[in-house]
Each structure stands twice: as structure tokens, then as C-alpha cells.
Ligand binder design. Sequence first.
Ligand code: UDP
Length: 356
Amino acid sequence: MAVRTRMKRMLKSSLQSFGMMRGPALALKPEPIQVAGRGRTALVAGGSGFIGSHLCEALLARGFRVLCVDSLISGRLRNVSGPAFAQARGQRRFRFVKHDIQEPLRLRADFVFNLASPASPPHYQAHSLLTLRTGSEGTWNLLNLAERSGARFFHASTSEVYGDPRVHPQREDYWGHVNPIGPRACYDESKRYAEALIMEFHRKRGLDTRMIRIFNTYGPRLDPDDGRVVSNYIKQALRGEPLTVYGSGRQTRSFQYVSDLVEAILRVMFTPGLEACVFNVGNPGEFTMLEAARLVQRLTGSRSALVHQPLPQDDPVRRRPDISRIQAALGWAPQVPFEKGLEETIAWFRKEEMGA
Ligand code: UDP
């Protein structure tokens, strides 16, 4: 082998081990999963939220009848009012049900997806009690509905179950490092409780349950006002305002594009034999918040400065998923690099949110 080729390989593998390669961990290029939804009903709780609305759209495209249940605390009706939704409504395949899952539901479905919860730190902290009840009683109510209907149950858990992790990258068998009385606990602990509850519904009542832990996700339909880092930076850059970097900006996150996540959700829900599974789903490319800010500056062509603001309490220092479990089980790997996904997201913000 030529020396240059060998050097290149060595450099690549050392960059990978230091987390410097920012693309997907493996160059897997799987075909999207084929699912026949005709004649089957999927209930999506949180269906008009950022991720929920993309999931509803993917289910409609595969022929499902979709019941979108949302309290509109953080979901937005505009997320489910585009042409795909209007057409499905006309065919009586899409129904929006305004309902808070804290209260029992009388609906039936073949597949129940639980994505209901405020999910950005400022949002869940502003609605802390509601967040706790949504994760606990809300999950109970959806599990009961699934049991009554004989449905399969999917739950969107979170990388927050790992808290401010002492193990890096995070694998599913890491139990986490969560402050149970801190400002993030309302979200973290309600999600941890939900995981425990779901496992007991599986063990004691035989329900077919599937869970994923979602790492930071971004894309079109991110609420510009929910205070997440990607939406904040893009909004600030497009308005010519300073980009707010919390703390030193050296804390890291791994950002996954929403289409990669939706593909993983479909695979986890519709692959036979995955009862009681839990998978990390995220893009292992790891970025500091300073790097993310500079990337947004460059891609928007913004001259906005960076301004440092205090780091929120209990803000995790490092976060990166180990996705080897889902790669091995389902051949899934993220396909969209951060830069490419950011371009799409910025284009959407320009058109839909900023009127530019
Ligand atoms: N962050 C930031 N500027 C912002 C918003 C957030 O530097 O305007 C930081 C925040 O402190 C955290 C990271 O970006 O370290 C990701 O924050 P986000 O709220 O998006 O999600 P989290 O992963 O903390 O739930």
C-alpha cells in the first residue's frame, strides 16, 4: 500500500477516535424502511410539535391514518397545516385532536407514538409541573390506551436521562448522572420515570414497547422562540443580532437532522421482534457551542458578533451518543452532516419564520 494512502488511513482513524470527524460514524447508506400503513391507525401524541409533525407526515406518506393529539402547549398548528396534511385531511386520513394527555383519552389505534412533552430547557422549566405530569400521568394514559387497543407503543425518551454524563460517549447501559432536584429535573426525571413505567407495562402486562433516547435534533419547524441553541443562533444571525453563547461555549453537543431521526423512529417501531428495546438515536459528530456559532455565522453570511452569557445551572458539559447498538440491530446511521442540515434549516427559517 502506498505510504500516502496508509498515512491518510492512520490520520482518519486517529481523527475518528478523537471525535474530530464530524460526519456520520459509519458510511452506511441504508434504504429507507418500507412500511405499508394502509388501513392502520397511528396515534401521535405531540404530533404538532417539531419532531411529531415530521413523524405524522412520514406516516401519512406511508398510507397510515394519523390521529395527531396535541395540547398545543408547545406544538404549533401551522406545523400540521401544509399541503400533505390538507390532502390527507380531505381523504379523512388525518385528524387533529386537541387534548392534553394528562387526561385519559378515549381513542383507539394500532400504533401509539408518545412524543408529547415540552422539550427545550427554557420551555420545560417554564412549564415544570406540567412537564412532570406529562411524562408520568400522560405516559400512563397513553400506555392504558395502547393496552386497551392492543397497540404497539413507542416512546420518545431523551439523552437527558444521562444528565451531565461521567461516561463519554454515552451508551445505553450507562445509568446517568442526573441532579434530581435541579432545574432540569422536571424533564430528566419525568423521562426516567416514563422509561421505568414503560418497562413495567412490558414486564407485567406484556405490552410491546419500544424506546429511543433522542440526542439534540434540529431542522425545519424548530420553534424560533423555544430557546434552543440552533434556533437561537439562526434567528439571531438572520436578524443581525449578537449570537448568545452560554458560558465559555466549550461545552459540546451532537446535532442530528430531523429526517435521520424520523427514519430511525420508523425502523424501531416497525421492525418485528424489538419488544422492550431502547436505542440511542443521534449523530455522533460532536461540536462545541462556539464551533456551532461560527458555523451559523458562516452559513448565514452574518456579521453578528458573539456575546457570552451565563451558563445555565446543570448544563451538561459533553454529550455524544454511542450508536453502535442501533447500527448493529437495524443498520441505521445518520446521513445528514451538520453543515448540510444547517443549510436546509437556515433556508427554512429565512422563508417561513423571518419573511426574508
Ligand atoms: N446554548 C447557548 N446559547 C443559546 C442557547 C443554548 O450557548 O442561545 C447552549 C446551552 O447552554 C447548551 C447547548 O447550547 O450548552 C445546547 O442547549 P439547548 O438548549 O439547545 O439543548 P440542551 O442540549 O441543553 O437540552
